[in-house]
Ligand binder design. Structure first.
Ligand SMILES: *[C@@H]1O[C@H](CO)[C@@H](O)[C@H](O)[C@H]1NC(C)=O
Ligand SMILES: *[C@@H]1O[C@H](CO)[C@@H](O)[C@H](O)[C@H]1NC(C)=O
Ligand SMILES: *[C@@H]1O[C@H](CO)[C@@H](O)[C@H](O)[C@H]1NC(C)=O
Ligand SMILES: *[C@@H]1O[C@H](CO)[C@@H](O)[C@H](O)[C@H]1NC(C)=O
Length: 364
């Protein structure tokens, strides 16, 4: 996956990199005002019972905190817990030796430590924001995770980190329209851009280029939870959405997402019910490729010798996007941020690689 030219690029880049990881800053100010918290808190109970349809909230929310904001903050916290734990476990497993074994210079490990610290601070920040705005004991705890596949080796650690950061960006981008409170919107934006920087760095390591398209893709809560669910063993609370059935775009042997595929190539699809499907049923389904904000592309699904398959659209690279998420859909329309009723499985994150990248798709 990591071509030696890339590694030398990184060595070159090291000359410009700030060597010391930023110290964890304690300056983050929680959204909300703990002085005002008592009065906010007093109304929290009644707010919890108010009609939570989005439209009514937007109109009525300038004073009382909107319950949807608690949902979105806890949704963000669900992801940040996952990310923070992922880096914590990954960095306890992989040290300098592991990074250098694939030709990566020392500053890459330092960057991982910085990213890990950022994610832990995001957790604390969101916990504080929830406590200050909504009251104590309302922030969701950690889940237990299944990182076995993702942490199988240093390369999969990096690939899944890239997927998680990209998913983080997509989650904040998609979540922002749900947020009622302006301060929380600002806070979400300040985190989203940092996730974007993490994503840039990790994209470089996975060969995608730091900014793999002119737009990021906003994703709704359910698609994001569907991506995260692959790494969650169990949770002591109900996730904010039911995951869609998982979609594996390669061979189902462990990685559900992230293997580079070539534009124009045909990829096998694994999802519940896919294997035994008749050709007629398969023809009713499509792959819906989502990249940037538009356009989206759908490609038809056929039964191949190993099950259903579809083609990676050439538009992705023509449009200068080298990353996408792909859904299996059962209606002739695209998945929308507010309407994902046509989703049968997915999404999976796809890195559309050059021949070089796709040639190293087998990682063991
Ligand atoms: C917090 O609330 C107190 C009391 O209402 C007020 O004096 C203070 O300016 C507020 N701080 C911020 C940052 O809004
Ligand atoms: C909430 O508001 C919507 C739209 O006004 C309405 O259809 C629904 O019945 C309300 N639900 C409750 C529990 O009041
Ligand atoms: C908010 O209310 C909850 C439940 O009534 C209480 O346990 C908590 O201490 C309150 N938080 C603050 C900051 O007053
Ligand atoms: C597509 O799938 C969804 C979810 O399973 C289902 O609710 C919907 O009826 C299906 N639509 C068609 C046209 O089969």
């Amino acid at each position: 996956m990591l071509a030696s030219t890339l590694a030398s690029l990184l060595f070159a880049a090291a000359a410009f990199a700030a060597p010391a990881p930023a110290e964890a800053s304690a300056d983050a100010v929680p959204v909300g005002n703990t002085t005002e918290d008592a009065s906010l808190n007093a109304s929290a109970a009644s707010v919890a019972n108010q009609n939570t349809s989005e439209g009514t909230q937007a109109a009525a929310s300038s004073a009382a905190p909107a319950p949807i904001d608690l949902t979105v903050l806890n949704f963000a916290l669900t992801l940040e817990h996952l990310e923070a734990t992922y880096y914590q476990e990954g960095l306890s497993k992989f040290g300098l030796d592991a990074f250098s074994s694939i030709g990566l210079p020392n500053f890459v490990l330092q960057q991982f430590k910085t990213i890990a610290a950022d994610e832990s601070i995001h957790v604390t920040f969101l916990q504080n924001a929830i406590a200050a705005t909504f009251g104590m004991n309302l922030a969701v705890p950690k889940c237990t995770y299944n990182f076995d596949g993702a942490l199988a080796n240093i390369q999969s650690f990096i690939t899944f980190a890239a997927i998680l950061e990209k998913t983080g960006v997509q989650a904040y981008d998609g979540g922002v329209k749900l947020i009622v409170n302006d301060d929380i919107k600002t806070a979400a934006a300040t985190i989203a851009t940092v996730e974007g920087r993490h994503s840039s760095f990790l994209n470089l390591l996975t060969g995608a280029g730091p900014a793999p398209g002119p737009f990021d893709t906003p994703l709704g809560i359910r698609p994001v939870i569907s991506i995260a669910a692959g790494l969650i063993k169990s949770c002591p609370y109900t996730l904010p959405a039911m995951p869609f059935p998982a979609l594996t775009t390669v061979d189902g042997s462990g990685l559900t997402s992230g293997t580079p595929v070539a534009s124009g190539s045909t990829i096998p699809l694994m999802f519940t019910g896919g294997m035994g499907m008749s050709a007629t049923d398969a023809a009713l389904l499509s792959c819906n490729w989502v990249f940037g904000v538009e356009p989206q592309v759908r490609t038809s699904i056929q039964m191949g010798s190993n099950g259903p398959e579809c083609q990676v659209p050439s538009e992705i690279q023509k449009a200068a996007f080298t990353q996408a998420v792909v859904f299996v859909v059962n209606e002739s329309r695209d998945v929308a941020l507010d309407d994902d009723k046509n989703v049968v499985a997915g999404p999976a994150t796809v890195f559309v690689g050059s021949a070089k990248a796709s040639g190293s798709a087998n990682r063991k």
